[in-house]
Design a protein around this ligand. Structure first.
Ligand code: IPE
Ligand code: IPE
Ligand code: MG
Length: 245
């Protein structure tokens, strides 16, 4: 895909790395169909890609990686595909617990976890507990996540606290503290592989000033080289936040 971003001229100094990268993991199904495999085979390879890219982010000094793995809309898919994705997520979280303890990684789940199976909810509670022990790189996996749903859940909790007299006047900062991403800086760079150029209900509040990077590469084919390409494009951007240069 042609990217029109201009490179910074030499001598301008190294642009900072994004602190927080968000990725919409898209293209698993098409990757599998291209190979004559069931769509679910793409989800299995996609989970491996996430493992590799999380390690690559950690090694590059990225502080936070947030990935979109299952949306509030993905329940509309055929039952067997949803079932396989849930099974893969369970296996993934189970294995991730060992990695977290070995490499001192924090991992959080964003989304409405109440709709997940009791087994998955127990794994989420365990990863939350382990995360409190460490500092440093944090991966966030969005499961049964929708940006609108997150905003509604936050608004409801704030309203409850306000009614109970334990929340002050609503500000952007206070509202952010009710979101799943409480305490985490907003994503600097949002990557969407898979060729679509839309946000699909991902981090709607948090992406207010994210830099977007779209690529036709399907998620299972996404590798360190692609990650570095996205980071380089990010570093060539001029983030003005409404100001003039
Ligand atoms: C992303 O890949 C994984 C999920 C949304 C669960 P897709 O399954 O959307 O793959 P495509 O877009 O159909 O190729
Ligand atoms: C977005 O991908 C959701 C996740 C990656 C979890 P979709 O494949 O569901 O998005 P749409 O349907 O193409 O917008
Ligand atoms: Mg898709």
């Amino acid at each position: 895909m042609a990217d029109t971003d201009k490179k910074k001229t030499a001598g301008e100094g190294a642009a900072p790395l994004p602190r927080h990268i968000a990725i919409i993991l898209d293209g698993n199904g098409r990757w599998a169909r291209k190979r004559g495999l069931p769509r679910t085979a793409g989800h299995a390879v996609g989970a491996e890609t996430f493992r590799k890219i999380a390690t690559a982010c950690k090694n590059r000094g990225i502080e936070y990686l947030t990935v979109y793995a299952f949306s509030t809309e993905n329940w509309r898919r055929p039952e067997d595909e949803v079932g396989t994705i849930m099974k893969l997520l369970g296996r993934y979280l189970h294995e991730a617990i060992d990695t977290m303890e070995r490499d001192h990684i924090r991992m959080k789940v964003f989304g409405d976890v109440h709709a997940l199976s009791p087994e998955l909810q127990a794994l989420v509670a365990k990863t939350d507990e382990i995360s409190t022990r460490y500092e440093g790189f944090q991966a966030n996996i969005c499961l049964n996540y929708g940006g609108r749903d997150e905003i509604l859940r936050a608004a409801r909790r704030y309203a409850q606290d306000f009614k109970a007299g334990c929340a002050g006047e609503l500000t952007e900062e206070l509202f952010s503290s009710y979101l799943d991403s409480a305490g985490i800086p907003d994503p600097d760079l949002l990557i969407r592989p898979g060729g679509e150029q839309r946000i699909s209900n991902f981090l709607l509040w948090q992406c207010a000033y994210a830099e977007f990077y779209f690529t036709d590469v399907l998620w299972p084919d996404f590798d360190e080289k692609e990650l570095d390409k996205a980071i380089a494009v990010y570093q060539s951007r001029d983030r003005r936040y409404g100001r003039v240069k």
